[in-house]
Design a protein around this ligand. Structure first.
Ligand code: ADP
Length: 188
């Protein structure tokens, strides 16, 4: 039987990592052999863990590209492979995920589906199109509190305009979550 594909997608701060961790924890309790993979480019935290913006973390194997993921998947009889920050792997991830599903492994792919300038960010949109389940999350706009589907680079003046005081949380010094109305980066 084929594996099942779950995609968790959204902008930064939308809770993608939290949701991935929640699902991985449940699978582990169920006795499933889980491989959690991160990308070695993700410098948010300790290289061998996934860390959410609220500081929770779980162990993960850092890999540099999609072929390394295909290789790592061979090392044990995995029931579930969970991929964090999948956008870093690029479009090469798509055939690798297909292959894992074909071998009967369930796959959770989590990552950004939008770039900081508001464009679709492959491979997430393509994987969303063929997934059994898609969880499309939004963050909270730091100006008005509405649903944020975008994140954008910030500078000091943007930070001063932030009404939600979470400046100590990792990532907020570089990017902020923005709703459609307050997202400006693509229109400047
Ligand atoms: P992602 O993986 O999507 O970047 P995380 O799971 O790492 O998101 O972090 C989500 C958490 O970040 C939220 O539960 C919340 O505590 C915190 N957070 C900080 N800023 C925001 C924001 N603007 N909108 C929503 N959550 C935020």
């Amino acid at each position: 039987t084929f594996g099942r594909l779950v995609v968790i997608a959204g902008p930064m701060f939308s809770g993608k990592s939290e949701e991935l961790m929640r699902r991985v924890r449940r699978a582990t309790i169920a006795g499933i052999n889980v491989l959690v993979v991160s990308h070695s480019l993700d410098t948010r935290a300790d290289i061998a863990t996934i860390t959410s913006h609220v500081g929770m973390n779980i162990p993960a194997v850092p890999l540099s590209d999609a072929p390394s993921l295909a290789e790592a998947a061979q090392t044990s009889d995995y029931g579930l492979i969970a991929i964090d920050e999948a956008q870093f792997f690029g479009p090469d991830l798509i055939p690798v995920v297909d292959d894992l599903l074909g071998r009967g492994i369930d796959v959770i792919v989590e990552g950004l589906c939008v770039t900081f300038d508001g464009q679709p960010f492959e491979p997430l949109p393509s994987l969303m199109a063929v997934a059994e389940e898609v969880l499309r999350l939004t963050a909270v706009c730091t100006i008005c509190g509405r649903d944020a589907v975008f994140h954008q680079r910030t500078d000091h003046s943007d930070l001063a305009a932030t009404t939600i005081d979470a400046r100590h949380i990792g990532g907020l010094d570089t990017y902020v979550a923005r709703c459609r109305e307050h997202f400006t980066s693509a229109r400047q």
